[in-house]
Design a protein. Structure first.
Length: 361
């Protein structure tokens, strides 16, 4: 029998979200029903609301969540009712060409729930990133629910489901930051500060935070930045070069995802340095660079999808780091809110007033 639940829905492009009753079906084969306890407000949800990711409205928003398994479908053997989980938008299929080559973090056929969630009158909802967790309950594929230590409170634990994992993994996995490296991070929101924390923990000797906002730069220092650059009145490329002996950083992470910041990141690298783009651009954005510069500067230009993570491997590790005091997830939480406050939280995020608003359900 379907379960009625309150949820945050984007009915049409650019319109304010609404909190509506929805129907969440019982889990089918390979699925799990999760009672959501907390869900972070991520910029990706705003992209969905504004139609920047697709036009499959109405969208059921929310994806950075933790909760408890309520029921499991046929064939699910590694989860049981009562398990405490963080939700992941990548659930490797194990069969695609990426998975068969031993690169499941690039899975091209990630699993999602087999049954749709709907409005009360039957309209099917498109869950953001296959999750839809701004809701009292949600239905996901079993591989999307990663069991973690229940000692971590859901407001903090849920953040590794997207933003923290994306930033941390961009530094550690995609960028391959190692001991003694110099690193620059452009954009010190939640993802950028997670990248700073990851680079610092990986042993970078210098981690340079770049942003337009002094408040965010102050926060970046608390996550491990050794130096800060306010790019509002300073050329960030020249500033980073000056802080790295005139050479540029070994790894530059663009956590903004705009043509201007990508260009800055490209020239902010040392020769043969690595650029990692983890900020999500709008579909109509374009970048143009001299081909001779692409050739002569060498190195690597990478995009980081979800921090190139394997959730079943990485989520428990990050939770253990949090519980041992080595990764301060609490510091990312700017405020806790209700489902009714999501639209206001989007506005605060756009104004740069918060790292993360977290919905407590």
């Amino acid at each position: 029998m379907p379960h009625e639940a309150r949820a945050v829905v984007a009915l049409k492009k650019g319109a304010p979200v609404e909190v509506l009753p929805i129907l969440v079906p019982d889990p089918g084969p390979g699925d799990v029903l999760v009672t959501v306890q907390a869900c972070g407000v991520c910029h990706t949800d705003l992209h969905y609301r504004d139609g920047a990711i697709g036009d499959d409205f109405p969208y059921l928003l929310g994806h950075e969540a933790a909760g408890v398994v309520e029921a499991v479908g046929a064939g699910v053997t590694d989860l049981a009712p009562g398990d405490y989980v963080v939700l992941a938008w990548r659930a490797p299929c194990g069969q695609c060409r990426a998975c068969r080559r031993g690169r499941p973090w690039y899975c091209f056929d990630s699993r999602n729930a087999g049954r749709p969630m709907t409005l009360l009158e039957g309209t099917e909802l498109t869950p953001a990133l296959g999750i839809g967790a701004f809701a009292e309950k949600t239905l996901v594929a079993a591989g999307q629910a990663v069991k973690v230590d229940p000692s971590a409170r859901p407001e903090a634990a849920g953040l590794i489901g997207c933003g923290v994992m994306a930033g941390y993994g961009a530094a550690v996995h995609t960028g391959g930051v190692g001991s003694g490296d110099t690193v620059a991070v452009i954009g010190c929101g939640g993802v950028g500060n997670a990248a700073i924390a990851g680079a610092s923990r990986a042993g970078a000797r210098r981690v340079i935070a770049v942003d337009l906002d002094e408040g965010k730069l102050d926060a970046a220092e608390r996550f491990g930045a050794t130096d800060t650059v306010n790019s509002r009145g300073t050329d960030p490329v020249e500033a980073v070069r000056a802080l790295t002996g005139g050479h540029g950083a070994d790894v530059v992470i663009d956590a903004v995802g705009r043509p201007e910041t990508y260009r800055q990141a490209f020239y902010m690298r040392d020769l043969a340095g690595t650029l990692v783009q983890v900020g999500v651009p709008d579909p109509d954005m374009r970048i143009e660079l001299p081909l001779i510069d692409l050739f002569s500067r060498g190195g690597a230009l990478k995009s980081s999808w979800y921090g190139d993570c394997l959730p079943s491997r990485d989520f428990p590790v990050l939770i253990d780091l949090f519980l041992s005091g080595k990764l301060d997830l609490e510091r990312f939480i700017s405020e806790t809110i209700t489902l009714d406050d999501v639209e206001a939280a989007f506005a605060k995020m756009q104004r740069g007033e918060v790292l993360r608003s977290v919905v407590v359900v």
